[in-house]
Ligand binder design. Structure first.
Ligand SMILES: Nc1ncnc2c1ncn2[C@@H]1O[C@H](COP(=O)(O)OP(=O)(O)OP(=O)(O)O)[C@@H](O)[C@H]1O
Ligand SMILES: [Mg+2]
Length: 432
């Protein structure tokens, strides 16, 4: 081993330290460079992340806007929509469905479908997978409305069934209008036929009456005179029936004006005050808050109201109660007459508006036919049903639209009932 002097040893140590420091400096520099690179990379990643975040927020906002847009459409639909999952649990129920079913949508969501349709059995509401769609629309009466119900399966991404969509349509008014239309068609055919027959019968009838009267003048024998008097009276009876018939079939032009239905009703009630009182009828009338103005013929409407009122009184010969009510409805104003006369035999309800249908010994059966015609002229709807105490007649009439009140231009035939010869005090010439 060569001998190293202490100075030499110190120098070597110093050199070693110097090299180590240089290495350390180099390593620090490398680290600094690496750190700067890393910083740059982080900055880049950060910028990318911010950009991605902004994009994501934009997508979420757009999705929210679309969701609100669809929700608004769903809520403003005049059709009820209910969506259920596979277990029949309600996931969506729009405002209109709530209105039809008389429920608060928020409370129904999460509940079962069967709970909102208590009238239908569960099997009908959840069709078997073999026939996933209710073959034709089911009709259900809920809250007094006739609802048409369609069911369509809700399919997911892989065409798998995820639940059901139920579409609800309120067909109450359409159904009533269809009934009115059918009756009107029948009436028109009947009116034409009746008018022809009436004319054919009236001519020979006139001759019979004339010759019977001549014979009466010539005859001295009491027995023959009695028989001839019977012939003349029978002929007069038939003639008056034919007069009624001709009045019913004659075409009338309504005198349309802006009228207040409440005023018309009050006039009818004032006019009938005595017969109502003498008949031992307790009358209650409730009027809708707003005066209902319609475009109508006041005299015709009085006649229609009176015919219904008389029928109610005739159904309660020993007294009773009559409730008249006017209510603002979607289609205008509804006037109901509810009596306690025991009602109409169910099998007769479809026939009561037919001309000449009567169950009363002295009834001509024209009262309600006239009502039908008058209401039809006013583009309204008249209906009858039984309550637990008696009959209920409802008339709905369209109100005047704010601008340009449209004229009713469907002139129909037959406007007057000779019901029991009780008529409104009006100029009879109007009917000729
Ligand atoms: N409020 C009522 N309660 C029970 N049945 C009624 C009522 N209103 C009408 N009806 C039934 O409808 C039928 C037809 O009524 P409609 O007014 O057309 O004729 P009518 O009263 O028999 O004769 P008229 O031509 O004299 O009015 C009546 O005979 C009766 O059977
Ligand atoms: Mg009548």
């Amino acid at each position: 081993m060569p001998n190293i002097s202490p100075e030499q040893e110190d120098r070597e140590h110093y050199l070693f330290l110097q090299r180590s420091l240089e290495d350390f400096n180099k390593a620090t520099l490398r680290m600094q460079n690496a750190f700067s690179n890393l910083e740059l990379k982080f900055e880049k990643i950060n910028r990318e992340l911010e950009y991605k975040n902004a994009e994501l927020e934009k997508v979420i906002e757009e999705k929210e806007a679309v969701r609100n847009y669809l929700q608004n459409i769903l809520e403003s639909l005049a059709t009820g929509v209910i969506v259920t999952d596979l277990n029949g649990k309600i996931t969506i129920l729009n405002r209109c469905a709530g209105l039809f079913l008389g429920i608060v949508p928020k409370r129904a969501i999460g509940g079962s479908l069967a709970a909102v349709f208590p009238e239908m059995n569960e099997a009908d509401l959840r069709p078997a997978s073999a026939s996933p769609v209710l073959s034709s629309a089911e009709k259900v009466i809920v809250c007094g409305r006739l609802i048409e119900l369609y069911a369509v399966p809700l399919t997911g991404k892989a065409a798998s069934e995820e639940g059901m969509i139920y579409i609800l349509r309120d067909v109450t008014r359409i159904t009533k209008l269809e009934e009115m239309e059918k009756r009107t068609e029948k009436f028109e055919a009947l009116s034409e036929l009746s008018a022809n027959i009436a004319h054919e019968i009236r001519n020979p009838l006139g001759s019979i009456e004339l010759f019977a009267s001549l014979l009466m003048k010539e005859s001295r024998e009491k027995k023959s005179l009695d028989r001839l008097a019977q012939i003349v009276s029978a002929v007069k009876n038939v003639d008056s029936k034919i007069t009624n018939l001709l009045l019913f079939t004659r075409k009338q032009n309504p005198l349309l004006k802006r009228i207040n239905v409440h005023r018309i009703l009050k006039e009818v009630l004032l006019f009938s005050h005595d017969i109502i009182e003498k008949g031992g009828i307790s009358l209650s009338v409730s009027y809708a808050e707003r005066a209902p103005y319609i475009n109508g013929d006041a005299e015709m409407l009085k006649q229609a109201f009176l015919n219904i009122l008389l029928n109610a009184l005739q159904a309660m010969p020993d007294g009773g109660a009559l409730k008249i009510k006017t209510t603002a409805v979607e289609s205008g104003i509804e006037i109901t007459f509810a009596d306690r006369g025991g009602g109409i035999a169910e099998e007769n309800i479809p026939k009561i508006f037919n001309p000449f249908f009567s169950t009363r010994a002295r009834g001509s059966g024209l009262g309600l036919a006239v009502v039908h015609t008058i209401i039809d002229i006013h583009e309204g709807v008249v209906q009858a049903r039984n309550t637990d105490k008696g009959a209920l007649f409802s008339i709905s009439l369209p109100l005047i639209r704010k601008k340009a009140p449209g004229r009713v231009n469907r002139f129909r035939s037959g406007l007057v009932s000779q019901s029991e010869q009780v008529m409104m005090p009006r100029n009879k010439e109007q009917y000729r």
